[in-house]
Structure formats: C-alpha cells, structure tokens
Design a protein around this ligand. Structure first.
Ligand SMILES: [Zn+2]
Length: 148
C-alpha cells in the first residue's frame, strides 16, 4: 500500500477486523510514525506524544487514558534486556569495574529513548488492529464505512 501524500484526504480504511492483524505494511507505517489506518504522516506530535486524531482519516488514536501503558512496559522491558546484555558481556571479563553503574544507567536510558517511539507506534497498530482506533461514531467491527 502506498500512503497518501501529505495533506491529501485519505480514503476510508477498508481493512476489516480480521485482516488488520495480517496488515504488516500498516504495522510498518505505525512504527515509522504514520497512521496505521491510512498511512498519513505525522501521527506523532513531538518525540513521543501522539496527536489526538489522524490528520488524514480522522481516527482517534487514544480512546482511553492509559492506552500507552503497554508501550511503556515494552520499552522498559527492552531497557532491561539491553542492560542485562551489557552487564553479561562486560562483567564476566572485567569484574565489577569502576563506572559500571553509569554504563548500565546510560544503557537503560538510551534504550528507552531510542525504542519508546517505535514501540508506541507498534502499540498504536496493535490498538488499531484490535478495533480500538477508529473514527467517532464508526463501528470498529464493520468491514466498511460507518453505519448509522
Ligand atoms: Zn489516518
């Protein structure tokens, strides 16, 4: 799928609830900061904050407060894995060396800063695939346009 040009109204998303889970192209859009529903650029405003709605197709990105808790947990989990990898690759050879705490802390913070945005994008795709990201008044379980 080719994303629409910036500023061009996006067509209504056609992916039904079942096909959304197989839409890895839409996942790639979201990981890169685009809308998972239409591919419009600019899903994020700033480094980590998502817009309230997509500028292309008007879906609401965050339906409930706390929608991004899963993305936060995954980013912290990535930091734990990276920190453990650094510790396991340096401590056995060097012992508990001077500055180890700073290296591990820097690894953890850097990992969160580098992974949170793409993980949040992937989480946005996941919420879209689950049917939680849709336009106001739209039936998220329908395969076509909104029904009245
Ligand atoms: Zn969109």
């Amino acid at each position: 799928m080719v994303p629409p040009a910036r500023g061009t109204p996006a067509p209504a998303p056609r992916a039904g609830p079942r096909s959304r889970w197989r839409s890895l192209g839409n996942l790639w859009w979201a990981v890169r900061g685009r809308c998972p529903a239409c591919g419009a650029r600019g899903a994020f405003v700033g480094a980590f904050r998502l817009r309230e709605r997509c500028a292309g197709c008007d879906v609401v990105f965050e339906r409930d407060p706390g929608s991004w808790l899963g993305a936060t947990v995954l980013a912290y989990a990535a930091a734990i894995v990276a920190t453990a990898a650094v510790a396991l690759s340096t401590v056995p050879g060097r012992g508990l060396y001077r500055g180890l705490e700073a290296v591990l802390a820097l690894t953890a913070v850097t990992t969160v800063l580098l992974t949170y945005r793409p993980i949040k994008g992937a989480w946005l795709w996941l919420t879209w695939a689950a049917g939680w990201v849709h336009r106001d008044g739209e039936d998220p379980d329908a395969d076509g346009p909104a029904r009245a």
